[in-house]
Design a protein around this ligand. Structure first.
Ligand code: MN
Length: 351
């Protein structure tokens, strides 16, 4: 919708209306250039294009991941359906169009990866996935500085402060399978926290994350996310990262995760859990500096795709294509270096 008309790192173009153009795709990239739901600074409508091509490497269809030993762009069939037309003054129409596109992607067998856009789009994103995977059968792991569980925003049902409440209210996803990581700051108010508690949500505030460690919190979240659910929807609001490392966003809240922590967490989620859909939202290029936030969001997508490719290898158990243990020394088994260790803890984590 907002050019230039380029695909994610140059992957093949898909036309949603022409299923043959993306037949067999493992991953379908969908742009959601909508920022009509922002409560403060807009600009995330320019997020999809920034995430697509903010990278210093050639757009040559190859991204060999050092730690995981996979090349997600070569091992997965990744296609880009371009941007959904989401006129800013037509929120419900915009969200309907996006939900339909996400649903189509799922029905075609692809994992949708939606590039936002403000967080309003998580409602159609996770709803589209749930329509395919089963109502209430998909858990949500949600990285964010904010809970996004407001009842209304400026009196409206839709906005980037309310999508998680709408999702739970509709039953598309279960409140007690809704994991939030990175919350902090001064919102929401106690009434909304009471509602979240009544839905049995599990929200990890940054103080808990810092006190216990991110990995321990993730392990707890994973156990909940996989209990009586068939798939996981991952929603990454880039403002979960500290504004010092992700300044290009509309509602920055100091004191967040480092970019390293977010990338590690996303990679681990993709390696260990059955991802059914992903969105990365709230990248607002007009507020970015030196493209710091756009580079990070591009890598969030690649980290997720790499984890998915790694997980497929691990589940295939093909000895000629082992899943590399990222804890091993990088050059292990090359030249005169000692060979790879037997499968480590991560290789067994795919179940
Ligand atoms: Mn958010």
């Amino acid at each position: 919708m907002y050019g230039p008309d380029a695909t994610f790192l140059g992957v093949p173009r898909a036309d949603l209306a022409d299923p043959a153009s993306w037949a067999g795709a493992d991953i379908l990239i969908i742009g959601a250039p909508f920022d009509g739901g922002t409560s403060h600074r807009p600009g995330a409508r320019f997020g999809p294009q920034a995430i697509r091509f903010t990278d210093y490497l050639p757009h040559d269809g190859s991204r060999p991941h050092l730690a995981l030993g996979v090349d997600p762009l070569a091992e997965l069939k990744v296609a880009d359906a371009g941007d959904i037309e989401m006129p800013s003054g037509e929120t419900e129409l915009s969200l309907r169009r996006l939900e339909e596109a996400v649903y189509q992607a799922c029905q075609g067998g692809a994992v949708p990866v939606i590039l936002g856009g403000d967080h309003t789009i998580a409602l159609p994103d996770a709803t589209g996935v749930a329509r395919h995977a089963g109502w209430g059968r998909v858990s949500v792991i949600h990285f964010d500085a904010h809970a996004d569980t407001g009842d209304t925003q400026f009196g409206a049902l839709h906005g980037h402060g309310t999508p998680m409440r709408r999702l739970i209210e509709s039953g598309a996803v279960r409140g007690d399978r809704f994991l939030q990581i990175g919350l902090r700051g001064y919102w929401p108010e106690p009434e909304t926290l009471d509602w979240m508690a009544s839905q049995q949500m599990r929200s990890f505030e940054m103080a808990e994350v810092t006190f216990r460690g991110l990995d321990e919190c993730l392990t707890e979240a994973f156990a909940i996310a996989t209990d009586e659910c068939d798939g996981v929807f991952l929603s990454v609001d880039v403002d979960v990262v500290d504004p010092g490392m992700a300044p290009g966003t509309g509602t920055p809240e100091p004191g967040g995760l480092t970019s390293r922590e977010l990338l590690d967490a996303v990679r681990r989620i993709a390696m260990e859990l059955p991802l059914a859909g992903i969105d990365i939202v709230e990248v607002a290029p007009p507020f970015d500096h030196a493209e710091v936030t756009a580079y990070l969001a591009n890598r969030v997508v690649l980290e997720a795709l790499s984890g998915i490719a790694w997980r497929r290898r691990a589940l295939a158990c093909d000895p000629s294509r082992p899943a590399r243990n990222p804890a091993d020394p990088l050059l292990m088994g090359r030249g005169s270096q000692p060979g790879a260790s037997p499968a480590g803890r991560d290789t067994g984590a795919a179940g």
